[in-house]
Design a protein around this ligand. Structure first.
Ligand code: 5HY
Length: 246
């Protein structure tokens, strides 16, 4: 099977790192194709960044539909453009936040989230509410590191994340921790060793969920709100989307 992994920000080194982490966990026979939009924010740290990146995600799915794609993964913890992406394909589309929440509730009664910047915590809170996981999450914590520190000053960023995870373990009465950024895809084992608690990471969780759905031949339902969008005219920079049929 072929899984198309989309890093919604435009930092190529992060896309490559996320792709490698996904390939390491993928089953034999699963091919991971990792891409990012050409246009958009180099990192996603606000509602505005998210809004712009969602268009890039849609364009990457439309490109994936011209290939042999069996499933898609949106590798940003805000799951930007998830429902819009599901409308554009029959293949399953997995957001890494949603995947991590599902996995965390299978191994713990309560979990905490450790994300990058405090200001993005509200985005995770909204996702917990819309996915119905709010009562499973004790606390959304932040290591207060910009996303690109995970590329540019990796060791300090890792130390900050471990510190916050140890604080969560000591204070939050939880059984597991969810890592709140796609850029942490390669850090799960190191953090789990240092913290001594199950650490759930969204990219690797999403790969396993995508493989399960494809092997069960379960795709995005085209009955109801996730049916293909009705063809219509688009203007300006989106004219190329006009009258699309699927
Ligand atoms: C992410 N931003 O996973 C989010 C994380 C965050 O560029 N990739 C990003 O901090 O919200």
């Amino acid at each position: 099977m072929q899984i198309h992994l989309i890093n919604p920000n435009t930092t190529v080194s992060m896309t490559e790192k996320i792709g490698e982490a996904a390939t390491r966990i993928a089953a034999p026979g699963t091919t991971i194709v990792a891409t990012n939009p050409r246009s958009g924010p180099v990192s996603i740290e606000s509602h505005f960044d998210e809004a712009i990146s969602a268009v890039g995600v849609a364009e990457e799915v439309l490109a994936g539909e011209r290939e042999n794609t069996d499933a898609y993964i949106i590798a940003c913890f805000g799951d930007p453009g998830l429902l819009a992406a599901r409308e554009l394909t029959h293949a399953p589309v997995i957001g890494i936040a949603e995947a991590a929440f599902h996995m965390a509730t299978l191994i713990s009664t309560r979990f905490s989230i450790v994300t990058t910047l405090g200001r993005t915590g509200i985005i995770a809170e909204h996702l917990l509410q819309s996915y119905g996981f709010s009562h499973h999450c004790r606390r959304i914590r932040a290591a207060e590191i910009p996303v690109l520190d995970l590329e540019e000053s990796k060791n300090q960023a890792l130390d900050r994340i471990i510190e916050e995870c140890l604080r969560a373990k000591a204070e939050d009465n939880i059984g597991a921790i969810v890592l709140g950024c796609g850029g942490m895809a390669d850090l799960r084992q190191q953090i789990q060793k240092a913290v001594g608690l199950p650490i759930v990471e969204g990219v690797t969780a999403a790969v396993k969920l995508a493989e399960s759905l494809v092997s069960l031949q379960l795709g995005t339902s085209k009955h109801g709100d996730l049916d293909y969008p009705r063809p219509k005219a688009f203007t300006g920079q989106f004219e190329h989307l006009s009258q699309r049929t699927y």
